[in-house]
Every structure is written in C-alpha cells, then in structure tokens.
Design a protein around this ligand. Structure first.
Ligand code: NAD
Ligand code: UDP
Length: 342
C-alpha cells in the first residue's frame, strides 16, 4: 500500500518522505514546486537508494488527483501542500485560502471518491491564537488566529472535524507543529527558503555564511526572561518521525484527533543566537528591532498527549538542531539552487 504525500518536495515533506522510505513504505509525491525543487527528492533517493514516484501538479486540480488515485493503490495521505508565509498571507489572503482551504477541500473530495480514508494534516501551533494559555494543550479551543495563514489552518481543522463526523470511516490526524528547524544529519536535504528568509534559523544561518549582514531581532521588550520572543523549536527529523508514528495510530483511530508536535521547552531569540554561535563557532551580529506584526510573546507545547497516545517525543536537542542547520547551510550555500532570482 502506498502513501500519497502532498507537498512532499518541500522542507518537512522531503524529510518525512525520507523517513517513510527508510521504513520501506511506498511513496507517491504530488507537489506543484511553487516553493520547492525536485532536487530535494533526487537527494532523498540518493540517501535511501529508493525510488519516489513524483507528480508535478496542484492539489486544487481534481483531474490530477483522480489520476493519482486511479493509478496507485493509495492507502493514506499525508497532506503538507500549502502556502506558509505568514506575512505574505496578510497581503494575499485569497491565495492562502485557495491553496490551503480550497486545495484541502478538493483533496478530501477526491479521497472520498477513491475510498481513501486515512489522512494526516499539517496543522500549526498558530491555531491556538492570541488568547490560549501556555503551554498550549490540545483541549484548549482553537481560534483568535493572528494571520490569514493561521486562519486557513484553523478553518481546515474545523472542516476536518465536521467531515470526520459525517464520514465515520475516515480517520484524520491534525499534527500541530511548533517551530521546525534543522536538517537531515547528512546535510543533503534541508530548508531552502526563497529569497530573504522569514524564519529565525534560516536567517541566522545566512548571516553566518555572510549572505546577510546581520540579524534583526523582532522585539526586545516582551515579558520574557530576556525580552525576546520565546518559541518551541523542534528538529525536522523528530517531526518527520512523528508523522511515521502517527501513521500507525491512523489505522486504529476513527474520527478526528489533533496532536501537538513540539519539545515542550521554549527558547528565546537570544538563546537561539547563542546556541548557534556555540555550534558553529561563528559570531552572529544582531540588532534589536521593533516587534513584528502578528508575533506572540511566547509559546511552547504541552507535549504530553503525543507522548501518551502516540508514544512519540523529541530526541534531538538544541545543539543537534544548530549543528545540522549549520552543516546543511555550509554544504549548500545556495540551497538546491533552483530559484530564478539567484
Ligand atoms: P514548504 O513550502 O517547504 O512545503 C510545502 C510544499 O507544498 C512545497 O513543496 C510547495 O511547493 C508545495 N505546495 C504549495 N502549494 C501547493 C499546491 N497548491 N499544490 C501542490 N503543492 C503545493 O513548507 P514546509 O515548511 O515543509 O511546510 C509543510 C506544511 O507544514 C505546510 O502545510 C505548512 O503550512 C505546515 N507548517 C509548517 C511550519 C513551518 O514552520 N515550516 C509550521 C507549522 C506548519
Ligand atoms: N525572529 C526574529 N528575527 C527574524 C525572524 C524571527 O527575531 O528575522 C523571531 C520572531 O519574532 C519569533 C522567533 O524569532 O519570536 C521565531 O520566528 P519564526 O518566524 O522563525 O517563527 P514563528 O514562531 O513566527 O512561526
């Protein structure tokens, strides 16, 4: 039985495909390459010695989905495909709702038509919004999101819940990722942002290789231990393994279930800079700037439910995250080298 991975050429998708292949699963990837390159999948093949079937196409294209479900014995879908830039989503909300919400509706429709009833969805800690107490726990209702991106994830979770009630044979897991960082330890696959990175670690890594001059720290006056924002960072390989473990749960679950995938520990921006400097031996110049719109002061996961029900917890700490980020950045100063603007 084959697993369809939408968005499988992307950052988290490619690492998850690697983990699945290492478990001898058969994988088909559907990706429109809007934010990725097929090179990631070639490298996954190089690392595993295994073949991935790749379709370049859009999750909004029902004909393309039909074709895939007709040609392969798909047993389950891991759904990463979507747009993820928070800032961009405030400027172009319709694109975000189309790709993320509409795209997921099309996927669900075609899954139902093809009698494929198992789904893992990439959700985000951002669905907890501005008013949830920390640490975030799955029993807290989602809402008060601070960007169209976050709202698109929240809408999709509501849709998945309604759908699961109406279609009792479906099993659906929403995995709420905290802040994924790092890369596979080989340094062959990793995060390859288009243009100037929005996220902290890719930005730090590009300062370290001299591509960017200095890091702007967004806010030095938050009510945190050093005034900078606190987040729960999770190594992308821990995240990838979380998906593999959730696949086992899908087989016995009926209905909808959401799990936090985080470490349970928060680090401030300044702590992240220090940890990176220690791992790389490179000094990161930075400057405190005003807060970034839509950012929350501090949040991290209550990681207890995933541990209890999935038997999953993180095994890679902050030093491994920094080592692997630096290794990937050093070996691939131009990323996968696919962007036209480079
Ligand atoms: P990514 O951009 O590297 O991967 C997403 C992939 O989906 C890309 O390869 C892109 O080309 C593809 N894609 C986008 N729209 C598509 C469409 N309409 N049809 C087909 N393919 C499409 O991002 P990522 O960091 O790997 O994130 C994967 C998923 O996890 C996303 O849904 C994202 O919202 C979610 N997520 C990411 C983070 C994070 O910080 N990276 C945190 C929480 C949740
Ligand atoms: N951040 C920063 N400078 C940057 C990018 C991010 O100070 O160039 C901070 C941001 O304010 C937040 C943390 O780093 O406190 C993580 O931000 P990121 O964008 O990586 O993830 P988010 O939690 O916003 O999804």
């Amino acid at each position: 039985m084959t697993i369809l991975v939408t968005g499988g050429a992307g950052y988290i998708g490619s690492h998850t495909v690697l983990s699945l292949l290492e478990l001898n699963k058969d994988v088909v990837v559907l990706d429109n390459l809007s934010n990725s390159s097929e090179e990631s999948l070639r490298r996954v093949k190089q690392l595993t010695g295994k073949e991935v079937i790749f379709y370049e196409g859009d999750i909004q294209d029902d004909t393309c989905l039909k074709h895939i479900f007709d040609c392969h014995k798909i047993s389950s879908v891991i759904h990463f495909a979507g747009l993820k830039a928070v800032g961009e989503s405030t400027h172009n909300p319709l694109e975000y709702y189309k790709n993320n919400v509409s795209g997921t509706l099309t996927l669900l429709d075609e899954m139902r038509r093809a009698n494929v009833h198992q789904l893992i969805f990439s959700s985000s800690a951002t669905v907890y919004g501005a008013n949830s107490p920390v640490p975030y726990v799955e029993t807290t209702p989602i809402g008060s999101t601070t960007s169209p991106y976050g709202t698109s994830k929240m809408f999709i979770e509501h849709i998945l819940q309604d759908f699961a009630k109406a279609e009792p044979q479906f099993s659906t897991i929403a995995l709420r990722y905290f802040n994924p960082v790092g890369a596979h330890e080989s340094g062959l696959i990793g995060e390859d942002p288009n243009g100037i990175p929005n996220n902290l670690l890719p930005y730090i890594a590009q300062v370290a290789i001299g591509k960017l001059e200095k890091l702007g720290v967004f806010g030095g006056d938050y009510p945190t231990r050093d005034g900078t924002g606190v987040r729960d960072y999770i190594h992308v390989m821990d995240l990838a393994e979380g998906h593999c473990i959730a696949m086992d749960k899908l087989r016995i679950l009926r209905g909808f279930r959401a799990y936090n995938l985080g470490s349970g520990v928060g680090y401030s921006v300044l702590e992240m800079i220090q940890a990176f400097e220690k791992a790389s031996g490179v000094t990161i110049p930075y400057q405190i700037l005003p807060r970034r719109d839509g950012d929350l002061p501090a949040f991290w996961a209550d990681a207890g439910l995933a541990k209890m029900e999935l038997g999953w917890e993180v095994s890679r700490g902050i030093n491994t995250m920094m080592r692997d980020t630096w290794n990937w950045q050093n070996k691939n100063p131009k990323g996968y080298h696919h962007h036209h603007d480079r």
